[in-house]
Each structure stands twice: as C-alpha cells, then as structure tokens.
Design a protein around this ligand. Structure first.
Ligand code: FDA
Length: 308
C-alpha cells in the first residue's frame, strides 16, 4: 500500500493536477463523502445533525499555504465570522486552523497575531482553539507559535503526529506546560529519518505517546484522533491498567469516516468529537484522505463510471 500512498501524496502536491482534477464532476462528487459542502452553513448544518447523538464538532475552513499577507488576513477574518456564526447557532463546536493558511511562511509574528485573535475570541466564549500540524518542515515553527499562544491563553491545543521521531519529546513538553494535544498518526509523506514508515511502529508510538501524556497529568485535554478502533481499544486497556478511565481522553474522527462507529462510541459513553471540514480549497486535503485509504480511489473511479 505504501507506493499507492506515496503516489497519491505526490499528486496532492502537484500544481497541474491541483488545477485540473477538481474540475471533474466525479472528483467533486467523491469529495462529498468527506465534506458536507463548501459553505459555513453546510458545516453548521452537519454539526446540528451530529448533536442529537451527543457528538460535538470541530470546524476547519479548508486551505493552506496562502501566498500574501492579505490572503492570510482574509482567512483570519473568515474564522472570526465563523466564531460569530457558532455563537448565533450555538452548536457545541470549536475551531481548528492550519498555520500555513494563516501565513506561517510569510512571517511568524503576523501569524501569531492572527492566531491569538482567534484563540482569545474562542476563550472568551469558553471554547478551545486547536492548531493543526502540517508537514515536518513546519513542526518547529508551529510549536514555537503554540508555546507563545499557550502563554497568552490556556484554551489552545495543538496536533502532534505519532509517526514523527521527535513527537515523544513534544508530547512530554506540551503536557508539562499544561497544553492540550490532539494526537494523530500523521498524514504527510515524510522521509524515514524524520518519521516511522511502518504501520505497526506508528501504532505503537501512538499508544505510547497517549499513555505518556496521561502520565504527565498536566491538566490539558487529550484527543485521540484516529479511526483505528482496535488501537483505541488497546489504549483504553493500557490506560485502565494505569488507573485512567475513558473520561481521561476524548476520541476524534473526521466527518464521513466510520460514522457508525462515531455514533456507537458516543452511545457507549465515550466522549466523541467529529472534525468537519468545508471550503472550496479542498484538493490537497481530499488527496490526503485518499492516501489514508487507497480503496477510496476505487470509490472515486466508481463515481466516474456511474456518471458515464
Ligand atoms: P488508519 O489509517 O490506520 O485507519 C484506520 C481505519 O479507519 C482504516 O482501516 C479505515 O477503515 C478507516 N479510515 C482511515 N482513514 C480513512 C479514510 N481517509 N477514508 C476511509 N476510511 C478511512 N493529520 C495530520 O498530519 N495533521 C493534522 O492536523 C491532522 N488532524 C486530524 C484531525 C482529526 C480529528 C483526525 C481524525 C485526523 C487528523 N489527521 C491529521 C489525519 C491523521 O494523521 C491520519 O492520517 C488519519 O486519521 C488516518 O489515520 P487513522 O488514525 O484513522 O488510522
């Protein structure tokens, strides 16, 4: 499966494909499995449909690597408007943002100001702001921003990727600072010296990082963001042996993936949250969803054939 994953992740970064593939109707139809629509109202509507099952939401406005400071300001304004809409419609929801979408490569100080504005607005309303993690070249600048944010307001969390060799130290540091972590396996194509490549190694690292966060007991939230139900069961077993109940962490999954498991886990009393993405710049994000589960490529091709 690794060559298929690598090829899809290569295509995710290819400029020509990113301009051409989204024009095809079968590609647009395939995106709908993972995204309720392109507008804020589509995302809010999806959150309202999850609410009766006791499942709160996290919203992400899709996009990454903006080219100008004005574009980054526009993204920050969009998120401010989203926070207002959340207040109006009152779903149990928070927001998660990509640093590169808020201008990380153009200047960390401006990005920090944009992030702080969103974090403070979220905190004033009793919500967290989460910061996504992107490819490994952005990890250190993202964590630098996160440390500064955490000093400004405690209601901020950061995503850490279990596949990175450095993440053991990062989990320890963030936990000791009282920060919140969304632990994921990792979605980017990384070289062997930077990230584990084998599934078993990544799963083992994920469980160990989760347990390490709990053991530090820094007071922040721990979100296990994975659809790997067997891994969740294994972590629950090890956490229980170490004296932690299932209320010590939450489970997060993506909209449209393992939806039946999301509802079942919530019914069984786990704290489950679903991340809902929306927006028009969905191409690289959609390709990462295909790479995670190459069988999705066949589903997309089925959409192509059924439309002929
Ligand atoms: P794994 O890939 O082993 O999948 C377990 C099972 O889940 C599969 O067997 C399949 O049944 C199902 N599944 C998983 N992905 C699927 C898909 N795309 N389509 C259909 N079925 C699928 N990454 C990152 O680098 N930075 C980030 O900020 C985030 N943020 C984030 C937030 C949340 C809430 C989640 C759930 C995930 C992320 N990720 C992420 C993505 C993460 O790194 C990882 O790529 C995916 O979660 C897929 O890995 P799993 O842990 O689900 O396990």
């Amino acid at each position: 499966m690794k060559p298929a994953r690598d090829a899809i992740l290569w295509a995710a970064q290819n400029r020509w494909l990113s301009e051409h593939l989204p024009r095809y109707r079968f590609v647009r139809a395939s995106v709908r499995r993972f995204m309720p629509g392109e507008g804020i109202d589509d995302a809010l509507g999806a959150a309202e449909r999850l609410a009766p099952d006791g499942i709160p939401a996290t919203f992400t406005y899709l996009g990454e690597h903006v080219r100008t400071p004005a574009d980054a300001d526009e993204v920050a304004e969009h998120y401010q408007a989203l926070l207002d809409r959340i207040e109006e419609r009152r779903p149990d929801a928070e927001v998660s943002v990509k640093p590169s979408h808020l201008g990380l490569a153009l200047g960390p100080n401006d990005t920090f100001d944009r992030l702080r504005g969103l974090a403070e607005r979220s905190a004033n309303r009793g919500r967290h702001l989460f910061v996504d993690m992107e490819d490994s070249s952005t990890v250190e600048p993202t964590l630098e921003l996160y440390r500064r944010l955490l000093e400004a307001t405690p209601n901020v969390g950061v995503c850490l990727q279990a596949y990175l060799h450095r993440t053991s130290a990062d989990v320890d540091e963030v936990a000791k600072r009282g920060g919140s972590v969304r632990l994921v396996k990792g979605a980017y194509r990384e070289p062997r010296h930077v990230a584990a490549q084998d599934r078993a190694d990544i799963d083992r690292a994920f469980a160990e990082r989760a347990l390490a966060f709990l053991e530090v007991g820094g007071g922040g939230r721990l979100a296990l963001a994975t659809h790997d139900v067997a891994l969740l069961t294994e972590i629950e077993r090890r956490a229980a042996a170490a004296g932690f109940g299932r209320d010590a962490y939450e489970i997060q999954m993506l909209y449209g993936i393992r939806a039946a498991d999301q509802r079942r886990l919530a019914r069984e009393g786990y704290r489950v949250r679903v991340l809902i993405s929306y927006g028009t710049h969905w191409y690289p994000w959609f390709m990462r969803r295909l790479a995670e589960h190459p069988a999705n490529v066949w589903l997309a091709l089925r959409n192509l054939l059924s439309r002929r």
